[in-house]
Design a binder for this molecule. Structure first.
Ligand code: CDP
Ligand code: CDP
Length: 220
């Protein structure tokens, strides 16, 4: 049986950095589900796909997942290839950020991505972060976290990264959509990261997992 640690929360709550740290510490594969949505949003921008053409366009896409190792050997992740091209350099493009939440409302898009995410979990221990991982993609996992931070702190973090996209607008769309809206998954441990640094968040997640048992930390 593989294990899935699901980490959800709004933009800039610290999901991605915390998930990487937890995955490294446990030797698990780190997966950002947001990267899958961003990879497809890159394709939509590239091919100028209209809303009407989207279902057919989605049906014709090839998405390959390549496993990678980071600078530290304990760091394991995935690289996404859309129609044979590496999506990685495009994931943070402003056009992609502007399009991604609009694309993520379509059930066809969510179904395609969820199939890939579940296939990964069939063969790997994972730390996966996103918006609906604990609520929809892996509702049965006992390891669920919901990270949050005040809107001001999240805006400050994104600005600190030089990001130009509207986090507040993405939050609004992500929380109000009909399919798999951002919510606190049932049974999730909620961590308010507003006044915590990254190490403190990673520590809080690992401590909680340790109490649940069944986990051995391999890195500091
Ligand atoms: O994945 P998500 O959008 O939730 O957030 P992130 O990309 O992990 O974090 C956004 C920014 O906030 C990064 O620059 C982190 O280094 C920073 N951060 C922080 O200052 N304090 C934390 N407790 C967590 C993240
Ligand atoms: O890093 P940040 O939290 O800002 O965004 P992300 O994780 O890269 O996700 C980008 C967008 O993809 C989100 O704003 C959602 O619209 C969508 N998404 C989703 O709908 N469901 C997920 N499980 C992950 C991302």
């Amino acid at each position: 049986m593989t294990r899935v640690i699901a980490i959800d929360g709004p933009a800039a709550s610290g999901k991605s950095s915390a998930s990487r740290g937890v995955a490294s510490a446990l030797g698990f594969l780190f997966v950002s589900s947001g990267h899958f949505y961003r990879a497809l949003a890159w394709g939509v921008v590239r091919d100028s796909v209209s809303e009407e053409a989207l279902p057919q366009w989605i049906g014709n896409r090839r998405l390959d997942i390549v496993e990678t190792t980071g600078p530290e050997t304990a760091q394991r992740g995935v690289q996404l290839m859309l129609d044979g091209s590496d999506a990685t350099p495009h994931l943070s493009d402003p056009e992609v950020a502007a399009k991604v939440s609009l694309l993520a409302v379509f059930p066809e898009v969510r179904d395609l991505i969820n199939g890939h995410l579940r296939a990964l979990a069939a063969s790997h221990d994972l730390v996966m972060e996103g918006r609906d991982i604990g609520s929809v993609v892996f509702p049965e996992t006992p390891y669920k976290f919901y990270l949050d931070a005040s809107p001001e702190e999240r805006a400050r973090r994104r600005a600190g990264e030089g990001a130009v996209d509207s986090v507040a607008e993405r939050d609004r769309i992500d929380s109000s959509r009909a399919t798999a809206p951002l919510t606190i998954p049932k049974g999730a441990t909620v961590i308010d990261t507003t006044h915590l640094n990254l190490s403190e968040v990673i520590h809080a997640v690992l401590e909680h997992l340790r109490k649940l048992g069944n986990f051995t930390t391999i890195a500091k």
